[in-house]
Design a protein around this ligand. Sequence first.
Ligand code: SF4
Length: 444
Amino acid sequence: MKTFFIKVFGCQMNEYDSLKVKSILESLNLKEVKDPYQADIILVDTCTVREKPENKALSFLGQFRKLKKEKNLILGIFGCVPQRIGKKIYEEMPYVDIVIGTFNYYLLPYYLEKVKKGKRVFEIWNNYKEEENKVSFYPSPPKGPISYITIQIGCNRFCSYCIVPFVRGRERSKPISLILKEIDKTLEKYPFIKEIQLLGQNIDFYKCPETKISFENALENISNYVLKKGIKRVRFVTSHPAGFSKKLIDTLYNLKEIVMPYVHLPPQSGSNKILKLMKRGYTKEEYLEKVFYLKEKIKDVSISGDFIVGFPGETEKDFEETLSLVEKVRYDQGFVFAYNPRPYTYAATFLKDNVFKEEKINRLQVLNSLISKIGYEKNKAFVGKETPVLITKIEKQDQKYLYEGRNPQNKIVIFESEKKIDFDIYKVKIKEAYPYYLKGVLNV
Ligand code: SF4
């Protein structure tokens, strides 16, 4: 049996795409292997939102140039990087057989056939076709007990620093009927799934193209549907602060039996001046109003966010406003990035990247340490309490097992036990807290 290996460099959207590619390749009777050197096909799935993963992806692919001379190996790249610089890759890396973008990976069976006939494939589309929804006909292979279902793709918002609308295309949502079919197909093949994570670039802007229902209603329909099928948890990412409505918060409250109390709500900055330059479409006050309403309604909610430091024009005072926002929200987790101009974007074209690198790094460290201090304090509040944990990783070590999982607030919880248990939800008593995880004992 022929084998394949997929390497992902990127975000959760890329993760989802590669799981779908795995499903497509398995439908061709190909088998996934963990070692690229054992594979007959190596595919690299790429992200171009930041510069580092982009470079890493290309050098990873370059490693196999020599191997290709020694065996019959197919090399391919897909996703946002070839969407942006596919022609360059095709011309400068002649050993790469398949160069495709973000819109057409569902055609991989056809492209592989072409390669088998001795041709190279270079197909970068400028936009999506409705046929892209065909990926929903394939089940979504889970990671442990969690399956990821994309319900919304692309973005129309054009934040001034972001390349996503240029490489992922305009915002579009999948019909609710198709989402439910995809869930059915997935549960049929993987009946052990316990959690469904709904993915969308800006998920709160979801709108069913058939029924016109909004994200709030879609979440309600999907959650009630999967609850009847034995699914225990639903989560969703990513929320956009402009689309995250009080109605959605009320919906989360009504669905708290199944939708977990965790929201990823990236503010990017706490300064209104910078938010305006970023073209984010909300002010700090509007953001905070939603956060306070969320905390009031869902008392045990945990919140995470993304931040950009050193955006063009960000002064010390602007940065202090971000620190003050973090103090007010008290994030459980945060992902901080130093501003890095990306091609095509408004900021790269019209704004001067005028914060020195050293200053960006300094702000990144200050913000990171504030977030981890708050995260640690919040984690300490779990010590002595029992929390339900969905096991996501199991490792056998000598006579015992090491377990890792997530509690409803999406905190990583680890514990050891001599008992062998499955990918399911168990009560764990928390004994120790750390900035990024909790440690406990199985409470049975
Ligand atoms: S909302 Fe802004 S940051 Fe998010 S994907 Fe769209 S353009 Fe990028």
